[in-house]
Ligand binder design. Structure first.
Ligand code: GLN
Length: 280
């Protein structure tokens, strides 16, 4: 058996074919395979490595399976969450959606709705960082409903998880929301072939694609959200980098005010927000 240090270097060399961060991922896979802490990986670098348990994980990753699925956990907004195929792996750009919601909420307890919640990452991150008096999350995927509920329970968040298609998941007469957020599917059907294999071959197609221009779901949310927003409530949506102009027009034509677009760290239009009605 090669020493740990050598096994890690070898794993990183092979992982270079599928990732820009091969050393980081090699260490994550080894720690997962062996149940080791980060410190032990350094301290025991000269010990013989159990390559037999590491090898199957490396092979999975080499098939382009997302590392979050292999580990079963992934960090979002500094929160460690369970992740399971085929749910969308929480992405760093979605943290801007959480930031927009938190900023709008400020200090007074508010009701929040998260549509297409997936792992529950957005709802949980908001509930952990803003005073929330009620938080509802919807999804149509049964795995999402289960994983979102268990992630919320792990952090003691009373997330009301509801099965259904967007607003159809809500009970008639449910109280209005101060913030509605969503990272809906927004990839154009024609762009399917351009997605990276770890997305295309593993993540739920229904969580990604949304009609010919990718805007079907966003259009429906913008149309119906005012029926569920309190006066001065905010709608915040993640969107594709080429959708900023069209999304702005949709928000404005629907009657939202203070429409604003934030860029992600790559400088791409990523999150659009708009406020409904007079304001408190
Ligand atoms: N940003 C994701 C991607 O490029 C898409 C996420 C989504 O459709 N909500 O794959």
């Amino acid at each position: 058996m090669p020493p740990v240090r050598e096994a890690l270097a070898d794993a990183a060399d092979r992982l270079r074919a599928v990732t820009d961060t091969p050393e980081f991922e090699a260490a994550l896979l080894a720690r997962h395979a062996w149940g080791w802490s980060r410190a032990r990986l350094v301290l025991d670098a000269r010990e013989p490595a159990d390559t037999a348990s590491l090898e199957p994980l490396i092979r999975r990753r080499l098939s382009a399976e997302p590392i979050a699925y292999i580990l079963g956990r992934w960090e979002f907004f500094s929160i460690d969450l369970a992740v399971e195929a085929p749910l969308l792996v929480p992405r760093p750009e979605t943290e801007h959606l959480v930031e927009a919601a938190i900023r709008h909420l400020g200090q007074r307890p508010a009701r929040v709705l998260d549509l297409c919640t997936g792992t529950g990452c957005v709802a949980i991150a908001i509930a952990r960082n803003a005073p929330v008096s009620g938080i509802v999350a919807t999804d149509i995927h049964p795995v999402a409903l289960r994983v979102a509920a268990s992630n919320a329970a792990e952090y003691g968040i009373p997330l009301d998880v509801r099965p259904g298609d967007l607003f159809a998941a809500l009970a008639d007469g449910a109280a209005p929301f101060d913030v509605i957020v969503s990272n809906p599917p927004y990839v154009a059907e024609t762009a399917w072939d351009t997605l990276a294999p770890d997305i295309r071959n593993f993540e739920d197609r229904g969580a990604l694609l949304s009609g010919p221009d990718g805007l079907d779901c966003i259009r429906r949310i913008v149309r119906d959200a005012p029926l569920w927003l309190s006066p001065g409530g905010m709608l915040a949506l993640e969107m594709g980098e080429e959708q900023g102009a069209v999304a702005r027009a949709l928000f404005t034509e629907r009657g939202f005010r203070d429409v604003s677009i934030r860029q992600d760290l790559a400088g791409h239009d990523r999150v659009i927000t708009g406020v409904w009605g007079a304001g408190a």
